[in-house]
Design a protein. Structure first.
Length: 279
């Protein structure tokens, strides 16, 4: 199925870009200070991110209320950069959240993997909003190959974010299928970042850029250049960082990235709390 003009525009807009999958800084009581978030978002953009992915897995989107979600989207959009919003994750929320994202000026939405009919959910969001979509192949709920092939041929899908963590073959297959469909292959592979670019990923949307964003941006810059040694050095630095942050328990990575953001002075230490972290 051919790509829609709206999805093609988002595909072309994001090509070659790094979107930081931003965390949502919170206090121990779960409060969010929008002033803190504004400074945090700005610091990610200042240090090399080309856009923001808010309310995604790293941002704990499925756990946040509608009012706060709206405030965070509005804040991200105010920077005038590409903004992709995570939607869904719980039954019956994807369409409603996508409508809100569209009204607030988001560039597109990324649908969390659903236990239901993934293709039907993407179709519902597309019919309701006309907002271009990023499909999401996540390690906790990998997409069956036959479904994935249909998703990347949906007219409203601009690209696929692949975040399979350690399944190199599935990552390679997903990138190949996405590119063959004329969609954007987006790496979310924090532990296979450099290799995923070599396998054909054309953009990045990663939780590793929720802090130390310059490390991820350096790999993207080196990859676009012609200095193999620079790419090797930048990838090695990123791998060292990922090897300390994306480890078991894997869901603890959000708290680790918030701790790094606090160490860098992006957020106050009292706002580096993740109430949804593992015990």
């Amino acid at each position: 199925m051919s790509i829609s003009p709206a999805a093609a525009r988002l595909r072309d807009l994001l090509r070659g870009r790094l979107l930081a999958a931003a965390a949502t800084p919170m206090t121990a009581g779960g409060e969010v200070d929008l002033g803190v978030v504004r400074r945090y978002y700005a610091s990610l953009l200042d240090d090399g991110a080309d856009g923001l992915a808010v309310l995604a897995h790293t941002g704990r989107g499925p756990f946040l209320g509608e009012r706060l979600r709206g405030e965070l989207i509005e804040l991200a959009v105010s920077f005038g950069v590409p903004v992709v919003v995570g939607v869904g994750g719980t039954e019956g929320t994807a369409e409603r959240q996508a409508r809100a994202a569209a009204e607030l000026g988001a560039s597109g939405v990324m649908l969390f993997p659903s236990p239901d009919d993934r293709l039907a959910e993407h179709d519902e969001v597309w019919r309701a909003t006309g907002l271009p979509m990023i499909a999401f192949d996540l390690y906790t709920s990998p997409c069956p190959p036959a479904v994935l092939d249909k998703l990347v041929h949906h007219p409203g899908v601009a690209g696929l974010k692949v975040a399979l963590l350690s399944d190199a073959m599935a990552c390679q297959d997903a990138i190949a299928v996405t590119r063959a469909a004329g969609r954007l292959a987006i790496t979310g592979e924090d532990r296979m970042f450099g290799p995923s670019l070599l396998w054909g990923a054309q953009a990045a949307l990663v939780g590793l850029a929720a802090a130390r964003v310059g490390v991820t941006a350096a790999v993207m810059r080196a990859f676009r250049g012609d200095d193999l040694r620079a790419f090797e050095a930048a990838s090695a630095e990123l791998d060292r960082l990922a090897g300390q942050t994306f480890v078991e328990p894997m869901e603890g990575y959000v708290r680790r990235m918030l701790a790094l953001a606090a160490q860098e002075g992006r957020i106050p230490a009292g706002h580096a709390y993740d109430p949804h972290r593992p015990a």
